[in-house]
Design a protein. Sequence first.
Length: 96
Amino acid sequence: MFCYSCQFEITLDGKPKRGEACPKCAAYLHCCRNCRFYDVNAHHECREPQADFVQNKEMGNFCDYFEPAKTAPVKTSNRAAEARKKLEGLFKSSSS
């Protein structure tokens, strides 16, 4: 599995326990962000329909449906910051 926070690859026998943390950055391993069902576009950010709602997706939890994601998480971009940067660049180049 890969840590959602630092993308460090971690080898475990089975699922991580609730309190286990990444040896590199100390982020919780048994959390929504490391689960294969985590999806920012899904209801409650989880594709498992029977899972209970978890408010903090980065905290260790007791979800029975947790399955470690097989691939490294994709870094999400800050769309607002990117749009602002493009807009500033557009006005900067036109006013020169």
